[in-house]
Design a protein around this ligand. Structure first.
Ligand code: FE2
Length: 422
């Protein structure tokens, strides 16, 4: 007798299986005949482990237009705008916006998020707010908080001190932003410093690294060196890495093996990279996405992050990781069927691996978190970005949507062609 039974789903690898859930764990996967307190009929639809976002800014989300919009559309105006907003936003306002975003995320089957929390202001209201949000949503959504010195570890007078204060308050992950320090040397020194802090405290490390079109922004080289030196391996992630888009190919041929040697991971953020980078170009205008396929070819785990929704840097967004993967697929030209399928894996399993999530997946013993999508397989899910029919988190149904099963029934055409009608 299961508490919940998801009948007749198609798993991401194409196999058909029922999933039996007891408490907050997956109890069995396969052809299951046992009774259940509640049965959910997946009817052949895709049943996936939940979406995971390894890069977000929840202290700034849903603040679009406050105190005004980003007129130039650049990263630097976004940072300046946020610098004003974080001084006037109250803890309650940030909590309300973030919890509302978490509701959106759950409705999209997004059940784990790593969010960078700005530790620049001495008041640390951002940290206070995000710690409260993490506790409030813990029953159904896993939040990882990163101590992120937005204005620089050294460039801001109390930058280093505030990162340590935030970690002491319970923030989980060490951050960094070397390309925003005053000089290349100070950027490199910030990485040596932060890697030591992460190693000494036994924490993960996630750096906004080389988020610039400047091909000479080579901090990822120092980061990989420090990850290797301290043996941080997969506990370390380089976020963005956009300068690799503009680097000389010869230099990249030396850099990729150094990144692979370190075992660190990479988190490009395609919606934001394509929007913010290349703003100083005329034509040809650079895409500003890192070298995704080349990193993957070296065995380096690469996920897709969302970064921003309705904030000083990005004016759109819906908490849908399929939108993120869809953009990444296009910009990185990952159009082979195997590459498209990989894009789906990136926003599920690879992102979970990058965040170090325990018991993630659809195997017996794993945490009972999953999403039923109105699509037949991962590539169709990317094409349609369909309704999430049912979202289960830690053994409980947390979102449901009635099946919009509109189908075209034209003469001479298969009746199974799905369309998002209405
Ligand atoms: Fe970011």
């Amino acid at each position: 007798m299961f508490d919940l039974l998801v009948k007749g789903g198609t798993l991401p690898d194409g196999t058909r299986a029922d999933i039996g859930i007891t408490g907050d764990r997956i109890a069995a996967v396969g052809k299951l005949e046992a009774e259940a307190a509640r049965v959910i009929d997946a009817g052949g639809d895709l049943v996936s482990p939940p979406f995971v976002d390894p890069h977000f800014h929840m202290d700034a989300t849903l603040s679009y237009g406050l105190p005004r919009v980003n007129a130039s559309g650049t990263l630097l105006e976004g940072i300046a705008l946020w610098g004003e907003l974080r001084e006037i936003a109250t803890v309650d306002e940030m909590v309300e916006r973030a919890v509302r975003y978490c509701d959106w995320a759950v409705s999209m089957g997004l059940l784990a998020i790593r969010t960078h929390v700005d530790t620049t202001p001495d008041h640390l209201r951002t940290v206070e707010a995000m710690l409260e949000v993490k506790a409030r949503v813990a029953a159904y959504l896993d939040l990882q908080l990163v101590a992120f010195p937005q204005d620089g570890l050294y460039r801001s007078k109390t930058g280093r001190q505030n990162v340590l204060r935030a970690l002491d308050m319970g923030v989980d992950v060490v951050g960094g932003i070397p390309h925003f320090e005053r000089t290349m040397e100070e950027g490199a020194e910030s990485l040596r410093d932060l890697a030591r802090i992460a190693a000494e405290r036994g924490l993960m490390w996630d750096v906004h690294c080389d988020e610039t079109d400047d091909p000479m922004s080579r901090h990822v080289e120092t980061m990989a060196r420090e990850v290797t030196r301290h043996g941080l391996g997969g506990r370390a992630a380089g976020s963005h890495l956009t300068s690799m888009h503009s680097m000389d190919n010869y230099y990249v041929s030396k850099l990729l093996p150094l990144i692979a040697e370190s075992s660190m991971t990479a988190i490009p953020n395609p919606l934001i990279n394509i929007t913010l980078q290349g703003r100083h170009d005329t034509y040809p205008k650079r895409r500003g996405l890192t070298r995704v396929k080349e990193l993957q070819a070296m065995g380096i785990p690469v996920g897709w992050g969302q970064d921003c929704v309705l904030d000083p840097w990005y004016s759109l967004g819906t908490a849908d990781m399929l939108d993120v993967a869809f953009m990444g697929l296009h910009v990185a030209q990952m159009t082979h069927p195997a590459e498209m399928a990989r894009c789906f894996t990136m926003v599920t399993e690879t992102n979970a691996q990058i965040m170090g999530l325990q018991d993630y997946g659809l195997r017996p013993g794993c945490q009972a978190s999953l999403v039923v999508l109105d699509a037949g397989n991962p590539v169709e899910a990317l094409r349609l970005r369909p309704d999430r029919l049912c979202v289960i988190s830690k053994g409980k149904v947390v979102a449901e949507r009635s099946r919009n099963d509109a189908r075209l029934a034209l003469p001479g055409r298969p009746g199974s062609v799905r369309r998002r009608l209405g």
